[in-house]
Design a binder for this molecule. Structure first.
Ligand code: NDP
Ligand code: A1CAB
Length: 266
């Protein structure tokens, strides 16, 4: 399928790179670009892939995966734009950046796919949503899907939903880790060693996630199964409701979607 170039191998770029290698893609078919030379050396030493300049990578690769921060996207596109050929596929993983924005910074008619991945891709349990730009052909969208499928599930959404996807599954792992931190803190408050609290919460999260995925039951049903009448869970949930935790989650995710839209200016 030709060379894949990852432009910007930070947290998400390295996550994708490592996933493609785990999935069996040869290191010779992968190149990275990085702004800081020491970061490029770190990754070439660790993964055996080549680090090139942005222009060299754009000239060599068939598939160009853009994983710089949204604020750095315009400058990157200015640099590589003249080297993006008709046959290339440009795949952007940046929050907020629209396919319109990318297409407008490239020569006319270039194929673009917008993707929102998440960090569980690091353990091959990622969730990615893809949306095709106006010139992207079905086989090119399929190619983008197959790249992401190396690290987890992939779904297709209309691009107008990508800000919501970003707020839900893109940022989502952070909300879960935040809840986990709070639960561990509660265990410590109750006198538990931190390591015990961490083990209890981690396995509880894993078990609950597995129940959601494997039983297909609605979360309300699963929550009610835990909530014995007059018991401990009901006492806890009443406090969460008193503190409007459910409403806070809705507002938080709305704020993330608003921020994603704001980033679309580049
Ligand atoms: N982290 C996450 O969970 C997710 C991130 N994303 C998206 O992925 C993108 C990257 O995020 P993340 O990995 O967290 O950010 P990072 O800052 O960790 O990674 C971006 C990398 O790109 C480098 N870079 C910046 N400009 C250039 C350039 N012109 N050429 C080459 N390299 C460049 C940066 O270098 P330097 O350090 O010098 O700035 C940095 O190493 C963002 O657009 C984000 O929206 C999407 C979903 C989830
Ligand atoms: O926080 C961010 O902007 C990026 C996008 C989704 C997750 N991390």
């Amino acid at each position: 399928m030709g060379t894949v170039a990852i432009f910007g191998a930070g947290v998400m770029g390295e996550t994708l790179l490592s996933g493609l290698l785990r999935a069996g893609r040869p290191a010779e078919e992968l190149v990275i670009t990085e702004r800081r030379p020491e970061r490029a050396v770190e990754l070439t030493d660790k993964y055996g892939v080549r680090a090139l300049s942005n222009v060299e990578a754009a000239a060599e690769a068939e598939t160009l995966v853009l994983v710089v921060k949204p604020q750095d996207m315009a400058a990157l596109l200015e640099e590589i734009g003249p080297h993006v050929a008709q046959a290339n596929l440009v795949v952007s993983l940046a929050a907020g950046i629209t396919t319109d924005f990318i297409e407008s910074h490239l020569p006319e008619g270039r194929s673009v796919v917008r993707v929102m991945p998440n960090t569980p891709a690091l353990v091959d349990e990622g969730m990615a949503a893809v949306s095709a730009g106006r010139h992207c052909q079905p086989d090119q969208l399929e190619h983008a899907r197959s790249l992401l499928a190396a690290t987890g599930k992939v779904t297709e959404v209309p691009e107008k939903l990508q800000d919501a996807v970003t707020a839900m599954s893109g940022s989502g792992p952070a909300y879960i880790f935040y809840v986990v931190e709070a639960m561990i803190e509660a265990g410590v408050v109750l006198g538990m060693p931190r390591a015990t609290a961490t083990e209890l919460v981690t396995q509880t999260l894993y078990g609950a996630a597995t129940m959601l995925r494997e039983t297909g039951q609605h979360p309300t049903v699963l929550r009610e199964q835990v909530t014995s009448p007059g018991g401990t869970t009901a006492a806890a949930l009443r406090v969460l409701d008193d503190h409007k935790v459910r409403a806070a989650f809705v507002s938080a995710i709305e704020a993330a979607a608003v921020r994603s839209k704001e980033l679309s200016g580049g």
